[in-house]
Design a protein around this ligand. Structure first.
Ligand code: ARG
Length: 460
């Protein structure tokens, strides 16, 4: 039976129900729907639309539905969505009093309320998983000490950088994700309950009261906007896609680093997969899927934006298309964050191979040029001098150090620049990859991470 049967002379066609139902996926909102309905009942009592006894009966029926859901005893009767399903069951349990549950409410403000409650919880869970991954990156940075590897641009070796600096570079990207989560959270934290179908109600409802019962920071200002706004879903999908992109960049590096050609890392067996045919293979599937799944995350975001584009006010059934991409992206990113954290925490980084790759003399070319700059030579000229040395070394296969020692403007004095590890010791700029700067960065990063953890804990 549908919620609208009074107006209709026939029952809905099977194809209509099959095409339009959402219970198969919005069942996931049952906790939020019951929580929202309880607040709505309390609001109706506060407005004296329900007597205290009626409110008791409805709350009792909602408790019973909650238990049935929890125990897996809830039986669907071809209900259209989670809202219809719960209201139907409440009415079965509480009879005519049950039929008062939907007073002053529409599924339009109800679904917006449920989804906002869901997204608030989801963002908090997401923040916890991001923070856990950041702690893994921080541990890796701390335990790497002053070991270094080649830093790359264009996937070509460029300069030696500290392993800690590299790990924290990924860490800062996730720090921005935490900022985005906190910022999105503020806009989600608005109750739409009391907006009705679109224009409020003739009944003396109390939207502020129900908003506070639902622990929202406040209530809607415009009932039309309250039922038609899904910006918060699009924003959450953007946050999720961005986290996915950050994970994919780590994934891509792990794929490269775990190749025999790089050999910078060996993944733990528990976080690797094998080949069904080739016994020698050990594959970085978590890293590859972190890369691969982002296509879907971006698709979910652009799909949602396309759904919203050009929709007239206020609620349109198109908006039902908000849930599947949201659930999918949330589940994908949650699993990817945990899998990446486990993969990195158990990985075996080969510092000796990294160091050997970074000790290639050509990687201090810029340091040699800056040595000349300190002697008063204009940078462009210094660049040319060192470039000539590199070319000479490549063409004649002579070690760079030999050419440096023999060069009139460089000479023996410049030889220590070419020594292993020199580049890391000499780097002095704040935020750069020098030893002191990275020590400071570790302190800053730890403080920021603790602050972020604290502010998410404060949200409850
Ligand atoms: N299942 C719907 C959704 O997810 C609930 C709201 C339906 N409202 C309506 N007036 N048909 O959006």
């Amino acid at each position: 039976m549908t919620l609208w049967q009074g107006r209709f002379s026939s029952t809905p066609a099977d194809e209509l129900m099959a095409f339009t139902e959402s219970l198969s996926f919005d069942i996931r909102l049952w906790r939020q729907d019951i929580f929202g309905s309880k607040a709505h009942v309390l609001g109706l009592k506060e407005s004296k639309i329900l007597t205290p006894l009626e409110s008791e009966i409805l709350l009792g029926a909602l408790d019973q539905v909650e238990r049935e859901m929890e125990e897996g005893n809830f039986v669907s009767q071809g209900d259209e969505d989670i809202h219809s399903a719960i209201e139907r069951r409440v009415t079965e349990i509480a009879g005519d009093t049950g039929a008062k549950l939907h007073t002053g409410r529409s599924r339009n403000d109800q679904v917006a309320t449920d989804l906002r409650l869901f997204v608030k919880g989801a963002l908090k869970g997401l923040a916890r998983d991001v923070i856990a991954l950041e702690r893994v990156l921080l541990d890796l940075a701390e335990s790497a000490g002053d070991t270094y590897l080649p830093g790359y641009t264009h996937t070509q070796r460029a300069q030696p950088i500290l392993v800690a600096h590299h790990m924290l570079a990924h860490g800062w990207a996730f720090m921005r994700d935490l900022e985005r989560i906190a910022d999105a959270y503020k806009r989600v934290d608005v109750s739409p309950l009391g907006a009705g179908a679109l224009g409020g109600s003739t009944l003396p409802l109390k939207p502020d009261f129900v908003a506070s019962k639902l622990e929202f920071a406040g209530r809607f200002r415009n009932s039309l906007d309250a039922v038609s706004d899904r910006d918060f879903v699009a924003e959450t999908l953007f946050v999720l896609a961005t986290i996915g992109i950050h994970l994919s960049r780590i994934g891509e590096e792990i794929v490269l680093w775990s190749t025999e050609e790089f050999s910078f890392v060996r993944l733990d067996d528990a976080y690797s997969t094998g080949s069904s045919m080739l016994p020698n293979k050990k594959n970085p599937d978590i890293a590859e899927l972190s890369r691969g799944k982002v296509g879907r995350l971006i698709g979910n975001l652009t799909g949602m934006l396309a759904t919203l584009k050009g929709l007239p006010l206020s609620y349109n059934r198109d908006l039902q298309e908000d849930k599947e991409p949201l659930f999918d992206s949330l589940d994908t990113v949650t699993l990817a964050l945990k899998a990446t954290a486990g993969m990195l925490a158990t990985a075996n980084f080969d510092y000796a191979t990294m160091k050997a790759a970074a000790d290639s003399e050509a990687l201090v070319a810029i340091d040699l040029a800056e040595f000349l700059v300190m002697k008063g030579i204009p940078f462009r000229k210094a660049h040319g001098i060192v470039g000539g040395i590199i070319r000479d070394s490549v063409e004649r296969r002579v070690p760079i150090s030999e050419l440096v020692a023999a060069h009139p403007q460089l000479g023996i004095e410049a030889l220590e620049i070419v020594e292993p590890g020199g580049a890391i010791r000499r780097r002095v700029t704040p935020g750069g990859s020098g030893i002191e700067a990275v020590k400071d960065q570790l302190v800053e990063f730890t403080e920021r991470l603790n602050q972020e953890s604290k502010s998410f804990e404060d949200l409850g």
